[in-house]
Design a binder for this molecule. Sequence first.
Ligand code: NAD
Ligand code: UDP
Length: 322
Amino acid sequence: MADSANLSSSSKPVSVVTGGAGFLGSHLTDLLLSKGHRVIAVDNLITGSLDNIAHLADNPDHSVIEHDVSKYIEIEGDVDFVFHLASPASPIDYLELPIQTLKVGSLGTHNALGLAKAKGATFLIASTSEVYGDPLIHPQTEDYWGNVNPIGPRGVYDEAKRFAEAITMAYHRTHGVDTKIVRIFNTYGPRMRLMDGRVVPAFIGQALNGTPITVFGDGSQTRSFCFVKDLVEGIYRLSQSDSTGPVNIGNPVEMTILQFAEKITEMIETSSPIEFRDLPEDDPKVRQPDISLAKSLLDWEPKVNFNEGIAETIEYFRGRVG
Ligand code: NAD
Ligand code: UDP
């Protein structure tokens, strides 16, 4: 696998990471810097935080532009890669920010593609397993078209990402832009926000605080959790490959949400009781990636097991509760 294609005139490849102050964007940035890239984060901090990249403040290869990518993106100089990760990502974030979510998935993706086209850069869009909606096939393969309710509450996120995939393919076919689509499945790890509502920080925070673990529905719905270190490695490999995708990146180890709650209470040794709450509308009943394509195209599969990844995440949150 080539380490970088289409290098800029400086010896280091230049990557723009939209959403670079977010959970995944900050970890991807760390990986790109370790691979010798210069990284420019473009982020309006709507759900991200400069705290996630504070450790890079003195790194001459990293810079930050505070900007809403739903508006025209101006970057000086050469750019080799555009990683478009900007978007509210947790269900409570995109339910609170429905119009911003639709705009960043549509206008933001258009602007990020325009930047890649103008600079002759490779473009990668962070899509999601949500494009499969409440899936009717299991596990989900990339050739499945999905089962999405366009007018339900989650439609703002799911349809924005589906549009983002469509315009990415249009730029590839019409303008010849080198594009890649990664479909990311539930990912967790340090730098998630404790209160972002996603199940991993929610349950860990509740268990550490000794408050009830809020299982939505009867907890029989399934998810498959990938540690962030594995995830960004998969994204990096896709960016360096000849593949356009879409490619699923996620950890196929599947569990019910109730099993996940029990595992967290066991690992944290909490007295928190499990409490059942209403299931949110259109909550997918099952989710598990088929990663055959990632294995064959990218020689990628997750390496961090669940106990290891969750233990590291618990340690991160331990200092942040209360
Ligand atoms: P996050 O909220 O931590 O990061 C998103 C970042 O994008 C934040 O820093 C936010 O401030 C920024 N942003 C949002 N709108 C913006 C705009 N208009 N202009 C500039 N910046 C903007 O979420 P995350 O979990 O890191 O998700 C990153 C990407 O990965 C998202 O596109 C998300 O849809 C996708 N994804 C994540 C997961 C997951 O499990 N974490 C799963 C599927 C897809
Ligand atoms: N969930 C839960 N309790 C919570 C938060 C989430 O039971 O406090 C459930 C949610 O209903 C879903 C699963 O956990 O079935 C994963 O939710 P998350 O918001 O992490 O991501 P999703 O996969 O739904 O995008």
